[in-house]
Design a protein around this ligand. Sequence first.
Ligand SMILES: Nc1ncnc2c1ncn2[C@@H]1O[C@H](COP(=O)(O)OP(=O)(O)OP(=O)(O)O)[C@@H](O)[C@H]1O
Ligand SMILES: [Mg+2]
Length: 346
Amino acid sequence: MNFPLFSFGPRDLAIDLGTANTVVYLRDRGIVIQEPSVVALDYSSGLPKVRAVGEDAKLMLGKTPANLRTVRPLRNGVIADLEVAEQMIKHFLLKALGGSRRLGGKTEVVMCVPSGSTSVERRAIRDAASNAGASQVQLIEEPMAAAIGAGLPVADPVGSMVTDIGGGTTEVGVISLQGLAYSQSVRVGGDKMDEAIMSYVRRTHNLHIGEATAERVKKEIGSARVPGDGRGMTIGVKGLHVERGVPREIELTQAEIARALSEPVGRIVHAVREALEHTAPEIAADIIDDGITLTGGGSLLRGIDAVIADETGLPVRVAENPMLCVALGAGMTLEDRVLRGALQAA
Ligand SMILES: Nc1ncnc2c1ncn2[C@@H]1O[C@H](COP(=O)(O)OP(=O)(O)OP(=O)(O)O)[C@@H](O)[C@H]1O
Ligand SMILES: [Mg+2]
């Protein structure tokens, strides 16, 4: 018999605490929060006080005066600053539950964890949610949540492959019968793409640009492959000249950005190929027919689906609302008795 460990109530939530973005799903409501995982701390009175969280804090990235500091409490998919992560979760929990309502009592929370995370890292996520006010915490592995959220038939005896390209990690999961038959997590994602752009611009154009500018370049003209005309779109960027230390503006082409991105993109493709090599033959046969589903913000990079398709010879599709799939899938376990089985595996 398969009785649930406990039943979820109307204040229950699922949280995808991502390196770049936190997404919150409220039971019976759906996605209620999608904001950057950034906290701005104010040090004016000695002890750090939270000044802004999420969207408001991200606007301050790289632009803070001496008394303010912006912190991204997650790195590579796992918590790097426990205290700040707790503050951030608390802020989002309260916001999701309508602000003034007090936490406590019975807010049960499903937290998403990278498949490659250690027991220490999982404990940190569990503790952060408990300390933020969750009365009970369950975990779900991100590739499983991504597959559920992308609408893949996770409970069927059919193999599916999902690749979640996030800000900090890329996770490849092979799922069958509500279990992860194989998973692989590599610390490459959108952040590494931004770093690749920053270091390329510094090396080639002698220009120092910030993280936010690199991310904007990636979103606006970034591409996983060099455009046919060898140039593609162009974008103007402003930064600081490395030697002269003065502000300067240059123009970047899509082709040069694609070349700068080839290293992180290559590592993502390598992780997918490695997962395929480790897949049991019967499951591989299903994947040949159904292909690979991409989720996560990194799947929005132009042409990444085509590059993965070329390199694997398999059909590749980007899920609908790829940045919401993990939270959506985790949230669906709050409402579906069968899917709840996915939680116990974590
Ligand atoms: N149009 C786009 N093109 C390329 N990259 C994009 C685009 N939109 C968003 N991204 C990138 O997607 C990343 C964020 O994706 P997502 O929200 O799925 O990550 P995350 O869940 O926070 O991270 P992780 O799962 O690694 O902890 C960022 O690096 C962002 O720059
Ligand atoms: Mg993610």
